[in-house]
Design a protein around this ligand. Structure first.
Ligand code: FAD
Ligand code: NAI
Length: 469
């Protein structure tokens, strides 16, 4: 057994590497174990970063083809998909090298290989060549993330029937991409390929896309996506995908419930995007006695500790939204707790963003959840059609919606459908973190002409005194 550590983190995604850095900052002797050749986890290698690279590039491509002429810029864009993929790869490379640099800078020991809990205070690391080393540590943080959910009978070959990983790396634009699942991945990656020229059909099992998000926002968003050319089949399920040599895939679709007839249509590619599942394989959790729930999540208490003292877990592998910034905040909190501080995550204020065009961003409660909880609330709304900057930019689709407590005026939820919504939601998160009111937001001076003025106007609208509408 070598090296006694204060902390060993298994997994170097946003949860793991941030946890390791914070622990090292606080003086803990820290190591991180990663089985992939590069650091950064799903997010940097096959998730947030590559998807945002392709969303950015494809948005500019579409804008150049359709939006530029209206501003007096004449260009005829031509797609070089291989070069776009190279641009994406460079973005990944820069980010994963950045993590490697940060780990080094913070004097964190890195161990390449598959980590396994080998008993209390012990982690074994199996390298690619099979060599095993066992490390001793006071605490273990499991940050092994998540994996794609597969559908029975639909085999993912990552060429024509793909998960998000394959959809980020296609070598040609699909003629017809069928997306199974109207969630975040389906809509983001569906948008990428539609902008690059694919016909896109989204098949969603439920009677609405984006379950859990504010209904009014989702309804408007779906209408906008339909106008852009995305076709939706809600309350339907894909029951099979058949490949016949090099010919088109035959996709069988049936009503989600009842015995309605199965329809078959052709597709060049199918993207399976029906959720992700915690990744706990090969970690030795059963042998170590670590409890896992019925959704395969590692069970933790409020301090991220499992039922086995000294073993903690964070990020996608535990409960809560599967988001990089949630994993990061949990990483910081657990490191601070281990260093004797009071680490904490406020789960009521975790923003969620869908990086389509327009973007959808939300933080806090939806109208439906307030109704269900019997909370009395007031609503303030402001459309981007009435925002000067949106008008001049010709980006007027969408609106800001603020939900405030009817008695105290405290802001309970903010939902933005519109250009740059992902950046705009940050001020709502800060406001809510400080327990602010709609009045606080309405009285805060916002620069003109900017899109966030729509957020201020929505706050004014809570008090029925918006100026520009
Ligand atoms: P991960 O990032 O999954 O990292 C886990 C790491 O652990 C991996 O590197 C893995 O190799 C390693 N590992 C696993 N088992 C072992 C072992 N036994 N030993 C050693 N190493 C191991 N979230 C956002 O907030 N914004 C986005 O825009 C966004 N976009 C996304 C787009 C896509 C296509 C996908 C798939 C996800 C996206 N997400 C996004 C979700 C985000 O990627 C995850 O929430 C986040 O990566 C979770 O971080 P994590 O640290 O828990 O795990
Ligand atoms: P998701 O949970 O967001 O959506 C899955 C969708 O598939 C749901 O609408 C669900 O009802 C539907 N579905 C489930 N089974 C189905 C079936 N058999 N047939 C048809 N539809 C079915 O999961 P998704 O999109 O795979 O994303 C996984 C995770 O990655 C999410 O939890 C998300 O938080 C994270 N992510 C975050 C991003 C962001 O923050 N911008 C971007 C991409 C992913």
């Amino acid at each position: 057994m070598v090296d006694a550590y204060d902390l060993i983190v298994i997994g170097s995604g946003p949860g793991g590497y941030v946890c390791a850095i914070r622990a090292a900052q606080l003086g803990l002797k820290t190591a991180i174990v990663e089985k992939n050749p590069t650091f950064g986890g799903t997010c940097l290698n096959v998730g947030c970063i590559p998807s945002k690279a392709l969303l950015h590039a494809s948005e500019l491509y579409e804008e150049a083809g359709h939006g530029f002429a209206g501003m007096g810029i004449k260009v005829k864009p031509e797609l070089d998909l291989a070069a776009m993929m190279k641009y994406k790869a460079e973005g990944i490379d820069g980010n994963v090298k950045g993590v490697e640099y940060l780990l080094k800078k913070n004097k964190i020991d890195t161990h390449r290989g598959t980590g396994r809990v080998a008993g209390a205070g012990k982690v074994s690391v199996t390298a690619a060549d099979g060599a095993v080393e066992t490390l001793a540590t006071k605490a273990i943080v499991i940050a092994t993330g998540s994996d794609i959910v597969r559908l029975p009978g639909i085999e993912i070959d990552e060429k024509r029937v793909v998960s998000s990983t394959g959809a980020l790396d296609l070598d040609r634009v699909p003629e017809h991409l069928v997306v199974i699942g109207g969630g975040v991945i389906g809509l983001e990656l569906g948008s990428v390929w539609r902008r690059l020229g694919a016909k896109v059909t989204v098949v969603e099992f439920l009677d609405r896309i984006l379950p859990g998000m504010d209904n009014e926002v989702v309804k408007s968003f779906q209408r906008i996506l339909e106008k852009q050319g995305v076709a939706f089949r809600v309350s339907q399920k894909v029951t099979g995908v058949k490949a016949n040599g090099k010919g088109p895939l035959k996709v069988a679709v049936a009503p989600a419930s009842g015995d309605g007839a199965t329809e078959e249509f052709e597709a060049s590619h199918v993207l399976v995007a029906v959720g992700r599942v915690p990744y706990t394989e090969g970690l030795g959790l059963e042998e170590a006695g670590v409890a896992i729930d019925n959704k395969r999540r590692i069970v933790v208490d409020d301090h991220f500790e499992t039922n086995v003292p000294g073993i903690y877990a964070i990020g996608d592998v535990i409960r809560g939204p599967m988001l990089a910034h949630k994993a990061e905040d949990e990483g910081v909190a657990v490191a601070e707790n281990l260093a004797g501080k009071a680490g904490h995550v406020n789960y009521g204020v975790i923003p969620g963003v869908i990086y389509t065009y327009p973007e959808v961003a939300s933080v806090g409660k939806t109208e439906e959840s307030l109704k269900a909880a019997g909370v009395e609330y007031t609503v303030g709304k402001f459309p981007f059609t009435a925002n000067g900057r949106a008008k001049v930019n010709r980006q007027t689709e969408g609106f800001v919606k603020i939900l405030a407590d009817a008695k105290t005026d405290r802001v309970l939820g903010v939902h933005i459908l519109g250009p740059d919504a992902g950046n705009m939601i940050a001020e709502a998160a800060v406001l809510m973190e400080f327990g602010g009111s709609a009045e606080d937001l309405a009285r805060t001076c916002h620069a003109h002409p900017t899109l966030p003025e729509a957020v201020k106007e929505a706050a004014l609208a809570v008090g029925k005194r918006a100026i520009h509408i």
